[in-house]
Design a protein around this ligand. Structure first.
Ligand SMILES: Nc1ncnc2c1ncn2[C@@H]1O[C@H](COP(=O)(O)OP(=O)(O)OP(=O)(O)O)[C@@H](O)[C@H]1O
Ligand SMILES: [Mg+2]
Length: 238
């Protein structure tokens, strides 16, 4: 079943057109990756889906319902959570407080919040060990875990991950990709934006290649891994 359907999406920053008619679909249960060079429009696509920027044209459907007209908090309630680029955590709040911020749609349901927090701690034991530590004192990798964990606190159907492996040491990169597969195995559909195209295509079912605001290529992840153009432009091969 199609969970997310994006049709002819056009998004601008003032006069600058960042998205020039994006078409994209995510089936329930999939990991789909968006790859592309710096400035291709990957982050803008995620920000448009989560309602942080309004598209000027086109539509976004979740379970067949239009969401591109909804305010961002309603989009979270509808089942989409966004782990943004660049570890945007609250540095003066503890790990637990940061996680709770991701569960604001559950409002006063303390039991549900606690249950979700325990799920996140099961996924990231490192966060549980540091639950009373201030966000700003976590290492880069731990902050990245917190960003993802906070998104999962809303129990989303679909999680949008923007460059989760950015700036991490190779061992942590592997751990993050393993965790993304684990999150998916637990029933969350994933839309993953990555510079690390090879690792992303290895965990994803399907992928889309973005160039200057347009999808130029899409298909099964294992086919994209073998594609000549992808290998040259995104996998660093000659
Ligand atoms: N706030 C903004 N104001 C003006 N232009 C912007 C803004 N944010 C992004 N852009 C422009 O929109 C285009 C797409 O940017 P976007 O951040 O979506 O790229 P990206 O694919 O995520 O790149 P990266 O891999 O570097 O994160 C770029 O040309 C960028 O300069
Ligand atoms: Mg980006």
């Amino acid at each position: 079943m199609t969970l997310l359907k994006i049709e002819n999406l056009h998004t601008y920053y003032g006069h600058i057109q960042a998205l020039k008619g994006i078409h994209l679909e995510v089936e329930e249960g999939e990991i789909v990756t968006l790859i592309g060079a710096n400035g291709a429009g990957k982050t803008t696509t995620l920000r448009t889906i989560s309602g942080l920027i309004r598209p000027r044209d086109g539509q976004i459907l979740l379970d067949g319902q239009q969401i591109h007209t909804l305010p961002a908090h309603r989009i979270v309630e509808a089942g989409i959570a966004h782990a943004p680029e660049g570890r945007q955590i609250f540095s003066t709040l503890t790990v637990t407080e940061n996680l709770n911020m991701g569960a604001y749609t559950l409002a006063a349901d303390k039991a549900a919040i606690e249950e979700n927090r325990q799920r996140v701690f099961d996924l990231f034991p490192r966060l549980e060990e540091r639950k009373n530590q201030l966000g700003g004192t976590l290492s880069g990798g731990e902050q990245q875990m917190l960003t993802i964990g906070r998104a999962l606190m809303a129990r989303p159907k679909l999680v949008l991950l923007d460059e989760p492996s950015l700036g991490l040491a190779p061992m942590l990169v592997k751990a993050i990709f393993d965790t993304i597969q684990e999150i998916n195995a637990r029933g969350v559909t994933v839309l993953l934006v990555e510079q690390n195209a090879r690792a992303a295509l290895k965990v994803a079912h399907r992928g889309y290649v973005l160039e200057t605001g347009r999808v130029v290529l899409s298909g099964a992840a294992n086919e994209l891994l073998r594609d000549e153009r992808v290998r040259k432009a995104y996998l660093g091969e000659q």
